[in-house]
Write a protein that binds this ligand. Structure first.
Ligand code: AP5
Length: 222
């Protein structure tokens, strides 16, 4: 049977595990992963106009101006693959005005997952994070070390992953998180993200499976 494309939003503090869970969600549900952080980093490394404008904000741990990010998200979500396969929006919206922009465009998720992790854990996760520029996979020097020496030798760190910048990112997150809670209250699921990643994912998988079933029933009953 044809399944209904899911629309999922994931939010949470820096290093709460959004990207890690998105890898697992994409594997299982085949959604199109739209991460504003990843899209912006790609613009920065390609040296585009957007990238040049965004770079300083990102490297200092501040938010990139709304108009840049909102335009990017709107463009990406309107592509045919996102409409056919469903989408997984990661790192957007991040403020009241971004949430309002989505509402204005009539873009509403079926469910909004929020990962909850204590501050001290977040800082340790950021400082130990490493990225594989070849596969895009996320590692951690202690929790998820690379599989072999070849991968290990090519891993990179993000310029905004120093302890000082993480604290600033966390502060900005806290100032804005109420906007998400108030906009998506009725479809918001807050999960404990301070557990092994498989455990967090198994809860997410259960939630998404339920939403999918619910959507299918609605479609059948017209
Ligand atoms: P973005 O890339 O979105 O960064 P972020 O929100 O700070 O989130 P992170 O990518 O740091 O963390 P994550 O939650 O994905 O965690 P991960 O899975 O990697 O944004 C970067 C910048 O772009 C912003 O600061 C801003 O400048 C700009 N930007 C982006 N969106 C914007 C917007 N909407 N508006 C304006 N500006 C915007 O995990 C972290 C580490 O922990 C990894 O090492 C991982 O291996 C490890 N880990 C994950 N899960 C577990 C677990 N369960 N147990 C142990 N370790 C774990």
């Amino acid at each position: 049977s044809q399944s209904v494309p899911l629309k999922v939003m994931i939010s949470g503090a820096p290093a709460s595990g959004k990207g890690t869970q998105c890898e697992l969600i994409v594997q299982k549900f085949g959604l199109v992963h739209v991460s504003t952080g990843d899209l912006l980093r790609a613009e920065v490394s390609a040296g585009t106009d957007i990238g040049n404008k965004a770079k300083e904000y990102m490297n200092s741990g501040h938010l990139v101006p709304d108009e840049i990010v909102t335009q990017m998200v709107q463009t990406r979500l309107s592509l045919p693959d996102a409409k056919e396969r469903g989408w997984l929006l990661d790192g957007y919206p991040r403020s009241l005005s971004q949430a309002e922009s989505l509402e204005k465009m009539n873009i509403r998720p079926d469910i909004c997952i929020m990962l909850d992790v204590p501050d001290t854990t977040l800082i340790e996760r950021c400082v130990g994070r490493r990225l594989d520029p070849v596969t895009g996979k996320i590692y951690h020097i202690k929790y998820f070390p690379p599989e072999n020496e070849e991968i290990k030798s090519r891993l990179v760190t993000r310029p905004d992953d120093t302890e000082e910048k993480v604290k600033s990112r966390l502060q900005i997150y806290k100032e804005n998180t109420n906007a998400i809670v108030s906009t998506y209250g009725s479809i918001l699921k807050k999960l404990n993200g301070n557990r092994p990643k498989e455990e967090v994912f198994s809860e997410i998988r259960g939630l998404l499976t339920d939403v999918q079933k619910q959507r299918e029933d609605e479609t059948k009953s017209g």
